[in-house]
Design a protein around this ligand. Structure first.
Ligand SMILES: CC(C)(COP(=O)(O)OP(=O)(O)OC[C@H]1O[C@@H](n2cnc3c(N)ncnc32)[C@H](O)[C@@H]1OP(=O)(O)O)[C@@H](O)C(=O)NCCC(=O)NCCS
Length: 169
């Protein structure tokens, strides 16, 4: 059973989106369209790649879903995917990596917060005890968003990456 039961949520502009589990195969074309609607900066912050085509040409690689360990949540409206969040459980399932992306046209409407909170709730239900995240240091938006939710950050020794961590109760 999916860890993300479908739910309707309202964005800051009053519009509704559905948060639901990613459907491999069926959602791939819409996922690639989402990637193409992202700025190079957004893609860099999420994938450390700037070219939409480098990602959209290999969707299977970027949407690999290992049953039981990879959980992708998408925000969908009218067949379009506006954003996604992921939990990738490490072997044993006690820890997971978290990441989130909202395509540029829909940023600033509360969707990143909604995806994050939904993924955190799912992580708890899955019994995950520790969440980790890696971000580029200039990504102040996600650092603030996650610090508000109890993540703490430290820089790696060469300062290239911020590592974030949160222990779940
Ligand atoms: C980080 C990201 C997911 C946030 O998504 P979003 O839908 O814009 O987020 P929200 O609208 O929920 O806003 C979250 C907070 O960030 C703030 N924020 C949003 N865009 C911002 C910007 N460009 N500059 C500064 N703050 C910003 C909001 O004011 C809000 O703060 P609040 O909770 O105090 O009100 C989105 O910017 C994104 O996809 N970035 C690129 C990918 C990325 O960085 N992923 C994280 C690495 S895994």
């Amino acid at each position: 059973m999916s860890v993300f039961a479908p739910q309707r949520v309202r964005l800051r502009d009053g519009s509704e989106v559905v948060l639901r589990c990613f459907r491999p195969g069926e959602d791939m074309a819409a996922w690639c369209e989402m990637i193409r609607s992202c700025s190079r900066e957004t893609l860099w912050r999420r994938f450390e790649l700037r070219s939409p085509e480098a990602i959209a040409s290999k969707p299977e690689e970027f949407c690999r879903c290992e049953p039981g360990s990879d959980h992708i949540l998408v925000a969908e409206r009218g067949g379009k995917i506006l954003g996604e969040a992921r939990l990738c459980l490490f072997p044993g399932g006690e820890a997971a990596e978290f990441c989130v992306l909202v395509a540029d046209p829909w940023q600033g409407l509360g969707l990143g917060s909604l995806l994050t909170d939904t993924a955190l709730g799912a992580a708890r239900r899955l019994g995950v005890r520790r969440l980790v995240v890696e971000v580029v240091p200039e990504n102040v938006t996600i650092v603030r968003l996650l610090e508000k939710r109890g993540f703490t950050f430290r820089r790696d020794p060469d300062g290239r990456i911020f590592f974030g961590e949160k222990h779940l109760d």
